[in-house]
Ligand binder design. Structure first.
Ligand SMILES: Nc1ncnc2c1ncn2[C@@H]1O[C@H](COP(=O)(O)OP(=O)(O)OP(=O)(O)O)[C@@H](O)[C@H]1O
Length: 286
C-alpha cells in the first residue's frame, strides 16, 4: 500500500532533541520497564505502539519526568540553545521551567478537564502556573489558541460538560500548546473518540505540528494511525522495545512476529469514503 503521508522533513543527522537511555522502572519487585532507549528528533513524530500494559505510558511519562525512573537518563537539547539538559538531574525549579517546553495530551478528554472551570480558566491555567503573561495580551492569545483548534471565542465562558468529546479534546490540545512547547506527548489522544471525530482531531494535531514545528511522541494502539502520522515507530512488548525503525520498515516489513500480530489485529486504512476528508494531508479514516 502506498503511503498516504505528507510528513514534514526531519533531519536525523543532527543530535536528537530528546534522548532516553536505559530507562528502567520497578514497582516493588516487578520490573515494568526494562532498559528502554529512545531518541526523538526535532520535528518528528515517533510512534510508540504495543499491547495494553506493555509500558508505553510509563516510558512517555518517564521521559517527561512525570514518573521518576528507577534507572536511566533523559537528555533534552532545547532547539537553538546549544546546551544539554539532564532532565532527571533537574531541581524542582528547573523542572518547572522545563515543563513549559515538554507537554502532554492525555487519552481521556472527559477526565482531563476540571468540570468546575470555564474554558477561559482552563486555558489561562498554564500561564498562571508558570507566572507568565502572553506577549500579545490574554484575550488575543486565548482567541489564537482557540482558533488553532478550530473553536471560537464563544467557548470561553462555557464549561467542559457543554462540549462534545472531540471539542473537549481540542480544548485539551489548546491547553497543552498554550506555552508553545517544543515536545508534545500524545497518549492515545483519540482512542476515546468516535472514528470520524478522532480523524478531525488527528488532522488538527498534524496541522499544529506543521505550523509550530512540534516534536511528538505519539502513543497508540492503532497501527493504521501510527502508519499515517509517524516518521518512525517503536514497538513495545512487556516493558522492552522489540522493534524500532522508519514506519515503512516497521509497518511494511516488520521483523518481529509480535509486530506482525499488532499489524494483523488492526485493518489497513480504507480509501476515503464520501463522509470523510480526502486522502493526502487529511486523514481518510482513523
Ligand atoms: N503505579 C503502578 N504500580 C504498579 N504497576 C504499575 C503502575 N503503573 C503501571 N504499572 C504496570 O506497568 C505496566 C505498564 O503500564 P503502562 O500503563 O505503561 O502500559 P501501556 O502500554 O501504556 O498500557 P495501555 O495501552 O493499557 O495504556 C503494566 O503492567 C501496569 O500494570
Amino acid at each position: 500500500m502506498e503511503s498516504l503521508q505528507v510528513l514534514p522533513e526531519v533531519d536525523m543527522t543532527a543530535a536528537p532533541l530528546m534522548e532516553a537511555r536505559g530507562l528502567v522502572k520497578d514497582y516493588g519487585r516487578v520490573r515494568v520497564i526494562d532498559d528502554v532507549s529512545l531518541s526523538l528528533y526535532r520535528g518528528e513524530t515517533l510512534g510508540l505502539v504495543g499491547e495494553s500494559g506493555s509500558g508505553k505510558s510509563t516510558v512517555a511519562r518517564m521521559m517527561l519526568r512525570l514518573i521518576e525512573p528507577t534507572a536511566g537518563s533523559v537528555v533534552y537539547r532545547p532547539h537553538g540553545e546549544g546546551k544539554e539538559i539532564d532532565v532527571l538531574g533537574c531541581s524542582r525549579t528547573e523542572m518547572r521551567r522545563l515543563r513549559r517546553r515538554l507537554s502532554i495530551v492525555f487519552q481521556d478528554p472527559y477526565a482531563a478537564l476540571d468540570p468546575r472551570m470555564t474554558v477561559r480558566q482552563i486555558l489561562c491555567e498554564p500561564f498562571a502556573i508558570h507566572g507568565e503573561q502572553p506577549e500579545e495580551g490574554v484575550d488575543a492569545r486565548l482567541a489564537a489558541m482557540l482558533k488553532d483548534v478550530e473553536l471560537d471565542a464563544s467557548a470561553l465562558p462555557r464549561y467542559p460538560h457543554e462540549f462534545s468529546g472531540g471539542q473537549r479534546q481540542r480544548i485539551n490540545i489548546a491547553r497543552a500548546l498554550a506555552l508553545r512547547p517544543e515536545v508534545l506527548v500524545l497518549d492515545e489522544p483519540v482512542s476515546a473518540l468516535d472514528v470520524s471525530v478522532g480523524a478531525q482531531v488527528i488532522n488538527l494535531l498534524q496541522e499544529q505540528q506543521r505550523r509550530h514545528g512540534l516534536t511528538c511522541l505519539f502513543i497508540s494502539h492503532s497501527m493504521p494511525l501510527v502508519r499515517y502520522l509517524c516518521h518512525r515507530v517503536a514497538v513495545m512488548k512487556r516493558g522492552r522495545v522489540v522493534e524500532l525503525g522508519p514506519w515503512q520498515q516497521v509497518c511494511e516489513r516488520p521483523q518481529e512476529a509480535y509486530t506482525q500480530q499488532l499489524l494483523a489485529a488492526t485493518p489497513e486504512l480504507p480509501a476515503a469514503g464520501p463522509e470523510l476528508p480526502a486522502a493526502g494531508p487529511e486523514l481518510p479514516l482513523a
